[in-house]
Design a protein around this ligand. Structure first.
Ligand code: ATP
Length: 497
């Protein structure tokens, strides 16, 4: 009976229409509604344009130029771990002989733009596999069962494509896996649960001796959100951390992206790598690209160091804006920024790279710091210094105007984040505590006591440098920028006086 359901419905519809016409009902609205409903179900079920679009996208990716591990900068440890894991796939006979369980899933976790997608593409190239990519959000639909259907289709498509291309393996890359692989709470999210269950079922159905072999690579920047069923042995049991690149890695990435660009002789990319502390691979790529755009704007046929420097500012703070501040406001902004810069030089001599009065992104002015070297551990003294640099702007405004403005909001957010780090690392008077047990009042009290004390210290340190403010203010107002060296010369003149 079930077999003929569709036929029965198709036969029944015209009979129904004729009946309605016979009794004198207007059938046009009903027909329109019916057609609309059919279109929605057809598209959502994955047979219409919606999925056709995403599989089209996957097809394009599969055809794009192959990418090798050499084209990925830094990430040496991640690359090495990944190659080791992929060798399981390459030397299949050997692992079958030893009875080793096949590797089914590799999880790449780390901040956005660090090269996880690139690693997955290079993995496909290394193992001579078909590459199919999808994003977790592609499986999210309102209708129960649609996401699960799409997971099934993805695996089917990988097998079909590998067979067609006569490849013995296929790499399926799922970005943002946390969207479908988040912890199951057994509550409202039935659709999500079904999609995840389908993924687990597909993974359980991967066998060592099947051809083509499927390898699933997933990426996330929220590993802690993933359901433990996904992470257990036999599923995503290789976890590879893809972290922000260190200085050597940043230089490598800059060099890769400089390859197809004319760079002026003598440009020191190592200096740019030092200045771009904390940048991801994607941001470094953007620095090179923006620098090229600056060079083009200036009708220069080579990229100079100044272009790269401006590009770092742009990527860090956003594009220059046309916001015209009044004379009084400009003066306040200049004093605010000088407050940050003087504190930075007092706390960490030689650290200011530039003080600028030009509005960029949300900021009305900014101080660019020179990170001396990559650092991963911070002492209480270091973090207190960071807070004082952040408070320097507000302290300067208080010194010169007797009150602060709204321009310090971001600085206070930054300071409170550092206080949080201090508390969570057991570096405050509270000792070693579980920060999640702290009440809002306790947080407010600790913020107040640390910030009030450091604010007082900052103000008294700046008070002794009033003259430096006056000496630098006019240059900054006139030139809009003050380089780190110019600024330090002014400071040492004051010291000598
Ligand atoms: P997301 O988590 O946001 O999906 P991702 O980690 O997958 O990000 P990719 O898509 O691999 O990041 O990288 C984005 C772009 O950044 C790449 O196309 C490339 O231009 C550049 N990039 C990132 N990391 C590197 C790297 N290690 N070497 C060279 N280029 C890189």
């Amino acid at each position: 009976m079930r077999k003929y359901t569709t036929e029965i419905i198709i036969g029944f519809i015209p009979v129904l229409i004729i009946f309605f016409i016979y009794i004198g009902q207007n059938v046009v609205p009903m027909l329109l509604m019916g057609m609309l409903g059919f279109a929605v179900v057809y598209a959502a079920r994955g047979k219409g344009k919606l999925t056709a679009l995403s599989s089209q996208k996957r097809r394009v990716e599969a055809k794009s130029a192959p990418l090798t591990f050499e084209q990925i900068g830094g990430q040496e440890r991640a690359k090495q771990e990944l190659v080791e894991a992929l060798d399981f796939l390459v030397h299949q006979e050997q692992i079958a002989k030893l009875g080793i369980r096949p590797l089914k899933g590799i999880l790449l976790s780390g901040p956005p733009g660090t090269g996880k997608t690139l690693l997955a593409k290079a993995a496909a190239q290394y193992t001579d596999s078909i590459y199919l990519a999808a994003s977790g959000s592609e499986f999210v639909e309102m209708y129960v069962g649609v996401g699960a259907g799409r997971v099934r289709d993805l695996f089917k498509e990988a097998r079909t494509k590998a067979n067609k291309a006569k490849k013995s393996s296929a790499v399926i890359f799922i970005d943002e896996i946390e969207v479908i692989g988040g912890k199951r709470d057994g509550g409202q999210q039935r659709e999500y649960d079904q999609t995840l269950n389908q993924l687990l079922t597909e993974m359980d159905g991967i066998y060592a001796n099947e051809s083509p072999r499927i390898l699933l690579i997933a990426a996330t920047n929220r590993k802690e959100m993933l359901d433990s069923a996904l992470l257990r042995p036999g599923r995503f049991d290789r976890h590879i951390g893809v972290e922000l690149p260190d200085k050597k890695g940043r230089l490598h990435i800059l060099n890769i992206h400089a390859n197809n660009k004319p760079i002026e002789e003598g440009v020191d990319l190592a200096r740019i790598a030092t200045e771009s502390f904390g940048f991801s691979g994607a941001q470094l790529e953007s620095v090179m690209n923006e620098a090229a755009i600056y060079a083009m704007r200036e009708k220069s046929d080579k990229i100079a160091e100044a272009h790269l420097s401006s590009a770092i500012d742009k990527v860090m703070m956003g594009e220059k804006t046309d916001r015209e501040a009044s004379k009084e406001e400009r003066e306040r902004i200049a004093l605010h920024e000088l407050g940050h810069a003087i504190m930075a030089e007092l706390v960490r001599p030689g650290s200011v790279s530039q003080v600028a009065l030009s509005p960029r992104g949300q900021a009305l002015g900014y101080v660019r710091h020179n990170p001396q070297q990559d650092q991963y551990l911070y002492t209480k003294q270091f973090l207190n210094g960071q807070i004082m640099i952040a408070l320097g702007g507000a302290a300067a405004e208080e010194l010169f105007y007797g009150e602060r403005s709204t321009g310090s909001r971001g600085d206070f957010d930054q300071s409170m984040n550092i206080v949080r780090t201090l508390v969570e690392s057991g570096l405050t008077e509270l000792g070693i505590i579980d920060a999640s047990m702290m009440t809002r009042e306790a947080w407010a009290a600790v913020n107040r006591s640390i910030l009030d004390e450091l604010m007082l210290e900052t103000k008294s340190m700046l008070e002794s440098k009033r003259e430096v403010f006056k000496m630098s203010l006019n240059t900054l107002l006139a030139e809009e920028t003050l380089s780190g060296n110019e600024f330090r010369t002014l400071l040492s003149k004051h010291k000598a006086a």
